[in-house]
Structures are given as C-alpha cells and as structure tokens.
Design a protein around this ligand. Structure first.
Ligand SMILES: [Zn+2]
Length: 185
C-alpha cells in the first residue's frame, strides 16, 4: 500500500477500481465530492524477480465518468477521434506531444523507483506506448485512459474534448455513491 493514502481512502479506491490493483498506486485527482477520480500507479513493478510494466498507469475510477465515457464510446467517439488524428494536423501534433510528455513522466517515475536497474526492454515499453498502452501512436484504443491523462496532467486533446462534453465532477454528482448503486460497468 502507498503510505501517502489513508486506509479508508485506499479501500474506496480499490472498490472503485473494481479489481486487484496489482501495483502500488496513489490518488492523483479527486471528484468534487472528494472521492478518488484518477489513480496513478507505479508504471513498473518488480515482483519475484519479474519486471511488470504498466504503461497504462493512469486509472479512471470515478463511476460517473466511467459511465459517461462508455456512452461516448458506444456512440462512436473512438472512431471520431481516430479520424480526427488522421485529418487534423494540429490535433495530431498536440496528441503526439501529449504522448511524448506521458512517456517522459512514466520513465522518470520508473527510474526513481528503480534507479539504474530498469531493463532496456521495460524502458522501451514505457517509452514507446501511448497512455492507452498501445504502440500505435495514431490509435485511440479507449477514451478512459485519455481522459485520465487529461485530468492528471492536462495536454491530451482527446481527453480535453471528452471532459468538455461530459463536464467535470461536481460535489452534487456524489460520484463515489454511484458505485453503491451498482451502476459500474
Ligand atoms: Zn467523479
């Protein structure tokens, strides 16, 4: 467990995540009601001598945003943004720049965790994948990771457009409570 988060916070974050976290994490951003919104996981984890990279290290856990983003995905927004990456050069350059930024953050975190130990193939995975964990820098893959990127570090044009559409979480949204209503994906 990350020592920077309280036990109840950790329990809520894991409950919202809905699975075994598999790697240590911290709460990066919070919803208007104070509940965990985006978790930032260690991008690499050495367990029993085995290196495990987690290039998709920003986890969107807010139930409200997860539901709204899933709706956008159902409405064809992944394809819409994929097409925009092909046809809109400014959008593409901003997207590529944001992925370079996230690669640098990931490698820096990994080097801090394991100074001088990072194997080359792990460094390569952390450097050469998008926030969605894809090697295709013109691919979108899933909107959740791009929104998580935008909320955590800003600069991701796909995530920025998504948050414009769905809106930031306010206190009255009572995000963590949605989880108890069984509305999770
Ligand atoms: Zn929220």
């Amino acid at each position: 467990m990350n020592p920077e988060i309280s036990n109840s916070d950790y329990q809520l974050a894991v409950q919202l995540l809905g699975r075994d976290p598999r790697t240590p994490f911290a709460v990066k951003t919070r919803c208007g009601d104070g509940s965990p919104q985006v978790l930032i996981a260690d991008p690499v984890f050495l367990e029993d001598g085995i290196w495990k990279p987690f290039p998709a290290f920003l986890w969107l856990v807010c139930p409200r945003l997860k539901i709204l983003v899933a709706e956008l995905e159902q409405q064809g927004y992944i394809r819409k943004y994929s097409q925009q990456l092909e046809t809109d050069e400014d959008f593409r350059l901003r997207f590529l720049s944001s992925q370079t930024q996230i690669s640098a953050i990931r490698v820096e975190m990994a080097e801090k965790l394991y100074p001088g130990e990072l194997p080359e193939h792990i460094r390569e995975i952390l450097t050469e994948t998008t926030i969605a964990g894809s090697r295709d820098f013109r691919g979108v893959k899933c909107l959740h990771s791009h929104l998580a990127h935008e909320l955590a570090f800003a600069g991701n044009p796909i995530g920025a457009d998504v948050i414009n559409i769905v809106g930031h979480c306010s206190k009255v949204d009572n995000c963590s409570h949605l989880n108890k209503g069984g509305n999770l994906e």
